[in-house]
Design a protein around this ligand. Structure first.
Ligand code: AGP
Length: 603
């Protein structure tokens, strides 16, 4: 999730831009840059790593009088975190910054290269500035050229562009990625990909809608939609930075639950193609000689691996074993060269997972990381990495990282199935179609959230919770139990539904709460009978299912039941919200629960 800022005015542009980018640091980044246009000259500075490196590079630069500038913090999606790949990206006489993913960038890039355009970076973004300049040379009008450029882009984008051929304006466009434009009481213009960057600067803002584009200058803001000029829907801007970073939510964890649709869309863009899965980060030959997968991780990342092991075996017909990293390290494991060693980590810094990866490397295994932080220790060590693209996750209790890990490995299971020819083209297309619908399946409706808020009051005591499920809903039950434990401090266990009668059912009574995951598409009747056993012994049942279950004390009806994975993701959101609302009622610190750290970098 990149950060974007822009400014037109007489204040020191560099300071305004860097300060705005600093307010966006919470979104996570691995490089940053600015470009300033003044007196027909554009100066640009870029740096890998933290903003301080960019400030060091710009310390001798100052704007004097009216100027305009754009700035960017980059979270790598296409191309490694290098200075060349950092934004802004330069054409001959224009600069651009961009957040999102241009799905058709490869065909645009090839066409521009055929016209002799030289690309410096590996990014999708760079096509925007070259396309603009090609269109300008043909149309000889910056606005028409910008309009034609935006019409050509497919995918998600928030764009700012400055150009010497129109040195009074910043051009902008928004589709699928957030962009806000505002002004202060002196008429200075401010842009931000989050209002956190505008607080203390702009007094009025406009939250741009998908399809909005236009330009700003000292004369004001002009917004167009489908070539028609739009009225300016300005609103006052809050003064509280932290609440702005939370985007109006009570907690970062709550915001991150609501963000899952957006980040899952980011995770699949450029990877879920019309008829197949494609990973830019991988080549099919990487799987030569591989006939087993070993997944190693901790906590929530272990749960996502456990869930996806079912998919690797069911769809890619490849033996898959999942291990807790802290156990794996000391069990003197057998490792064979035909095994692909996969580590999963949100932070990329978890000590146990990192050490397990080192063991696999020493044993000569091929290694792959599923990670959310580019340039982290695990990413730098693994042979290849599939980035989860969840954006920075501030809540200690992981939510959107788990969701994007599962999505990434679901895609990987299909990718391996393609290589090993274990699925028909129709079966693969059916999976791809299901993937495209997942961002919808995780949308949190007010009705659902209100219902969970209400029923959570009944789950604040008791002597414990069983989260139960079958197949890949068992790892989801583990994850639901972990979420509840982490932020409510109540005891909860995830269990295979079929295991109840092998001992745990001895705990059943009215003070034992059973959260039953009852998908329609996987073993419904089996789970139903397991839940009936618990209900018969007076356990209090919260059933989560698309099918009515009359024995439930509480019932949450799900709606996305066209595919096991849409049921998985919808139930995932419900268990996340349940943990959140129980924790809120208990008055706990949802974002920073006691005894926990966001990244466990020690044993
Ligand atoms: C998840 O809610 C926990 N915060 C914790 O279990 C976490 O998943 C675990 O520490 C692994 O972290 P990682 O994904 O960064 O490696």
């Amino acid at each position: 999730m990149c950060g974007i800022v822009g400014y037109i005015g007489k204040k020191e542009v560099k300071d305004i831009l860097v300060d705005g980018l600093r307010e966006l640091e919470y979104r996570g980044y691995d490089s940053a840059g600015i470009a300033v246009l003044q007196d027909d000259e554009i100066k640009s500075y870029k740096a890998v790593g933290k903003l301080k490196n960019l400030e060091d590079k710009t310390k001798d630069f100052a704007s004097d009088g009216l100027a305009m500038g754009i700035g960017h913090t980059r979270w790598a999606t296409h191309g490694k975190p290098t200075e060349l790949n950092a934004h802004p990206h330069l054409g001959e006489f224009s600069y651009v910054v961009h957040n999102g993913i241009i799905e058709n960038y490869q065909e645009l890039k090839s066409s521009l290269q055929k016209d002799g355009v030289k690309f410096l970076s590996q990014t999708d973004t760079e096509v925007i500035v070259h396309l603009f300049e090609k269109n300008y040379k043909e149309l000889n009008d910056p606005m028409s050229a910008f309009e034609k450029t935006i019409d050509t882009l497919h995918g998600a984008y928030a764009v700012l562009l400055i150009t010497k051929v129109d040195p009074e304006k910043i051009y902008f466009a928004k589709h699928g990625s957030p962009m806000i434009v505002g002004n202060d009481d002196k008429g200075d213009i401010h842009f931000g990909s989050s209002d956190a960057a505008l607080i203390g600067k702009a007094t009025e803002v406009i939250y741009l809608d998908d399809g909005d584009y236009g330009y700003t200058s000292q004369e004001g803001i002009s917004i167009f939609f489908d070539k028609e000029k739009k009225a300016l829907n300005k609103r006052a801007l809050t003064g509280d930075k932290i609440s702005a970073q939370k985007g109006g939510f009570r907690f970062f964890m709550e915001k991150e639950i609501y963000e899952q649709g957006e980040v899952l869309s980011d995770t699949i863009i450029g990877r879920v193609l019309d008829e197949k899965i494609n990973f830019e980060e991988l080549h099919e030959s990487f799987f030569d000689g591989i006939d087993e997968i070993k997944i190693c991780a901790c906590g929530t990342s272990y749960n996502s691996g456990l869930a996806c092991a079912y998919l690797f075996e069911r769809q890619a017909k490849i033996k898959t074993v999942v291990e807790i990293a802290s156990e794996f390290r000391y069990k003197e494991p057998l490792m064979t060269k035909n095994t692909l060693f996969v580590v999963i980590s949100q932070s990329g810094e978890t000590a146990d997972t990192l050490e397990a990866l080192k063991m696999a490397k020493r044993a000569g295994l091929k290694t792959l990381a599923i990670c959310n932080v580019d340039n982290s220790s695990i990413v730098r060590l693994a042979d290849h990495t599939i980035l989860a693209r969840a954006g920075i996750e501030k809540g200690v209790a992981s939510t959107k990282a788990f969701a994007t890990q599962v999505m990434a490995m679901w895609m990987l299971s299909i990718y391996v199935a393609q290589i090993k020819n274990t699925m028909s083209k129709d079966e693969i297309k059916s999976e791809l179609n299901a993937m495209r619908h997942i961002p919808n399946a995780v949308i949190v409706s007010d009705k659902l959230h209100e219902k969970i808020k209400r029923l959570s009051k009944r789950y604040l005591h008791g002597h414990g919770f069983f989260f139960i499920g079958r197949d890949m809903f068992f790892p989801l039950a583990l994850e639901g139990a972990l979420k509840l434990k982490e932020i409510s401090y109540l005891h909860a266990e995830g269990y295979p539904a079929g295991e109840m009668k092998h001992g745990p059912i001895a705990l059943a009574d009215s003070e034992l709460f059973t959260i039953a995951l009852m998908p329609k598409t996987l073993h419904y009747d089996k789970v139903k009978s397991n839940v009936e056993e618990l209900s018969a012994r007076d356990s209090t049942i919260l059933a989560i299912s698309p099918l009515e279950f009359e024995l439930a004390d509480d019932f949450i009806k799900t709606t996305h039941c066209e595919h096991p994975m849409s049921e998985f993701f919808e139930m995932m959101v419900i268990t996340q919200l349940l943990a959140l609302e129980v924790s809120v009622r208990l008055g706990n610190d949802v974002d920073m629960p006691r005894n926990l750290a966001k990244s466990v970098t020690v044993e």
